[in-house]
Write a protein that binds this ligand. Structure first.
Ligand code: SF4
Length: 211
């Protein structure tokens, strides 16, 4: 994808997905962090159903720590990977209370020091809650950006680095949402709907497949 195609693709994305925000439900940094941890290999719709119950009485790390691991597992069972997610949520909650005074830390390294928080989760919290310029590469962002040609990478970390080169910094956080929504609505994993895709004239994959 050359510079002209890249600028065109970003302009179209910014217009089609203007104002795109996370589909996860949360009211605080802590709720966002827990929702993103739960969203690994799980749909946002499912996470929202689970957190609607979990956050009725457990909206702070202190309240979360009143749950035993088994009790928390029962709340989050339907999200999948529930054993490791429960262990991570309790461990992260303990660290937030003991090391960070009960508040989700703002620093990227401190966020990543929490159990269950990798590069993607730390980027989501940095961008969405702390309003920092960041691009979180989840499965949708990875797939769409590599199909389009905004990146040519075989790992999420390399994709993140290449997207930061390809996209103006002021658009990093928004671009994360644009690419997610495009991946959900049109450029789906199994059957991308290229016939109605507004990006097809500047999409590397589409142009290559059509010769
Ligand atoms: S043209 Fe097809 S592959 Fe390219 S971004 Fe659109 S849906 Fe995805």
């Amino acid at each position: 994808m050359d510079k002209q195609a890249r600028e065109k693709a970003l302009k179209i994305l910014s217009e089609v997905y203007a104002g795109a925000r996370p589909a996860l439900h949360y009211k605080t940094a802590y709720e966002l962090l827990i929702a993103v941890i739960l969203s690994a290999q799980c749909t946002d719709e499912r996470v929202n159903k689970v957190t609607a119950e979990l956050f009725k009485e457990h909206t702070t790390p202190e309240a979360m720590l009143t749950l035993s691991r088994e009790e928390l597992e029962r709340y989050i069972f339907s999200c999948g990977l529930y054993k490791s997610k429960a262990a991570h949520i309790l461990s992260a909650s303990r660290d937030i209370v003991e090391k960070f005074g009960g508040s989700v830390p703002e620093g990227f390294a401190e966020l990543k020091s929490l159990a269950g928080v990798g590069q993607k989760t730390a980027n989501v919290v940095s961008s969405v809650w702390f309003d920092k310029d960041a691009i979180a590469v989840d499965t949708h962002v990875f797939r769409v950006s590599n199909r389009l040609g905004l990146a040519h990478a075989d790992t999420p970390l390399k994709t993140e680095e290449q997207l930061k080169e390809a996209i103006p910094q002021k658009n990093w956080s928004d671009a994360h949402h644009w690419l997610i929504w495009h991946g959900r609505k049109i450029c789906r994993a199994q059957k991308p709907d290229c016939g109605v895709c507004p990006l097809r004239d500047c999409c590397d994959r589409y142009i290559k497949e059509r010769g």
